[in-house]
Design a protein around this ligand. Sequence first.
Ligand code: GLN
Length: 541
Amino acid sequence: MKEVNFIFVTGGVTSSLGKGIISASLAKLLQSRGYSVTIQKIDPYINIDPGTLNPYEHGECFVTDDGAETDLDLGHYERFLNISTSQANNVTTGRIYQTVINKERKGEYLGKTVQIVPHITDEIKRRIKLLSKQNFDFVITEIGGTVGDIESLPYIEAVRQLKWELEGRSVVIHLTLVPYLSASKELKTKPTQHSVKMLLENGVQPDILVLRTERTLTDDVRNKVAKFCNVSLSSVIESIDVSTIYEVPLLMQNEKLDEAVLRKLNFKIEEQPKLTKWKEIVDKIKNPKITLTIGLVGKYVELPDAYKSINESLLHAGAENDAKPIIKYIHSEQITPETVAEMMKDCDGILVAPGFGHRGIDGKIEAVKYARENNIPFLGICLGMQCAVIEFARNVLNLNNAHSTEMYRNTPFPVIDLMEEQKNIIDMGGTMRLGAYDCNISKDSKAFKAYKKEKIKERHRHRYEFNNNFKTKFEEAGMIATGINPESDLVEIMELTTNDWFVGVQFHPEYKSTVLVPHPIFISFIEASLKNKNKINTKNG
Ligand code: GLN
């Protein structure tokens, strides 16, 4: 087995500096040099996973093939690297403590006092090393939170210990902020110095500093940081703001972040990878030939992080079509029969987002009705598909008050209903239908045109399903189940034959779109929306 190298990424000064993007960018650069790389995210909160967290707290919950509900940074890792991650790629304090406490209850500590050091730190180290069993050249571990937080301490301590245990096979990258003070027209390095000092107090000397800045760093600033923070000048890396996150790997290549890492680990540094395809896509994103407007209907629209993977999937699919989707976020609570036309009139395509609970549901159903009646390309994802089913039941099949039993338990027409195996579940965490499931697609469908194959596997995160008792009624009226799970017979895709492009998917295609391999459903949706845009333009012109 080859020797694995560990790269730790910590953050200082403030949160939201983009540790996830820097980690993914570094991984991308190492991957394009031919190394195998994986990334792990450590979240210092007590929740077992972000599955029970409100999007206001934590943005989107990303789901892996193996059904883990994880941090949205794993989405970035997959999109940048074109690899699948798993449960092992996301560790939380909740999981660490749960494991240790379970072991204690089983008597595995043989009467010893169980303590943060060594028991919690040992469990942290075990989780970090777990990934190395899969034969990677590099494991990048991103430590969430900010150095100095009480929650981060055991992780920094684990890094300190690992640095010694790994004898030269580890690198610590510390990400900080260099703010610009407009009053004095200066970039300030003091926050970085203090943050490094804090790491040093915990026994960790960073090897490389990545400085997030809004302005180009002067040589003076770089020299100062190198001198006061005990790193070489070539280990001071600038991370300046860019218009698309997909430019960051190119920026890091210019700054030679990958070379700094390889040098520390005594690797031979070969020629820089060309990243030709990647550069082409970044160029398409930055200089699109055409733009189009996609209305994204949801209840967290003031918080685009809640729909991170959808936003990125639209962008990838746009680039594939030489176009840039401008996402118009439409608050479902503001959509009424009176406002819908005005709110949707400039949308070339309409996407109704996933979600839970009653808030905003009527607006979502209204948005579907508008898309259906005006033949606007429509993509409904998870709850979005369920809304399309409810709308069709009410307005085409005339099933008054048809609903999902999630919103209206005693609806006379439960067209969306709880799965049998979900009925007795009480716990909220990790109990939905999660992860990848098979789906068979019928040949004569929009979905088949998009995927160009009959058997697919897509990721799920929901409790409710289309109620098969109504299937014949729906199909007779033109809403066809074109994707079916072969084992359970559950409906995975619904399409409206009367419209040009109207597709609802019970799964989440957005979790599988990557920069280099955009998702077929999104590509097809953007294609249809572009056609619709041209149609409108021709009509008006
Ligand atoms: N609330 C719906 C369900 O649980 C849809 C979930 C979703 O959109 N992810 O089935």
